[in-house]
Design a protein around this ligand. Structure first.
Ligand code: HEM
Length: 160
């Protein structure tokens, strides 16, 4: 279900992010080589007071890279919560804010993580999504594998 007419009232500030966004990203971290990727994110109204989120990325040769899925919660008091499951063994509980103005929505989060026994250890993350018109810019930083909070990802996508 993706009908704006039925959207839960608390989701009104993020109405404009519904749908699919595609584009390009680049990543780095002190412990790995730089890389680039294509990205697709989708926010779906399922008729409940949260949005379902799916992200998929591919490498330059079309090979599957990272993917993640979760739920965006907008409690209605200016806060935002993003609960995300990582296939790499982390569960990310993001808490932050939503700022919605004419033509733009900015979501900012910090997260604490749970790591499975075999996962690379990620202590905390920061995420920012800036939707302006038909474009979105995302950034992601993490404290992981013994490194302090450091940039990992940046992508620019457009509504598709
Ligand atoms: C390492 C890509 C999102 C945590 C890497 C590497 C690549 C990569 C290519 C190096 C090779 C490898 O270990 O596989 C991506 C892409 C992402 C993404 C394309 C999404 C657009 C994330 C997220 C997290 C994360 C959301 C944490 C929740 C890590 C960690 C490492 C890593 C911990 C290992 C660093 C090390 O071994 O020193 N990522 N990543 N990544 N990534 Fe990401």
């Amino acid at each position: 279900m993706n009908s704006p007419a039925s959207l839960a009232p608390n989701l009104a500030p993020v109405r404009t992010i519904l749908g699919t966004w595609t584009g390009q990203g680049a990543g780095s971290y002190p412990t790995i080589d730089d890389f680039s990727y294509t990205e697709e994110i989708t926010f779906t109204d399922v008729g409940k007071p949260f949005l379902h989120y799916v992200q998929k990325t591919r490498g330059p040769a079309g090979n599957p890279m990272h993917t993640e899925t979760g739920f965006l919660r907008i409690p209605g008091d200016g806060t935002a919560e993003f609960v995300i499951a990582q296939p790499t063994g982390q569960a990310e509980l993001c808490e932050g804010t939503v700022h919605a103005e004419a033509g733009s929505v900015v979501l900012e989060f910090t997260a604490s993580l749970l790591n499975s026994a075999t996962a690379k250890q990620v202590t905390s993350t920061r995420r920012r999504y800036e939707f302006v018109g038909d474009a979105v810019t995302t950034t992601f930083a993490m404290a992981a594998v013994g490194q302090p909070m450091t940039h990992h990802l940046r992508s620019e996508m457009r509504r598709s």
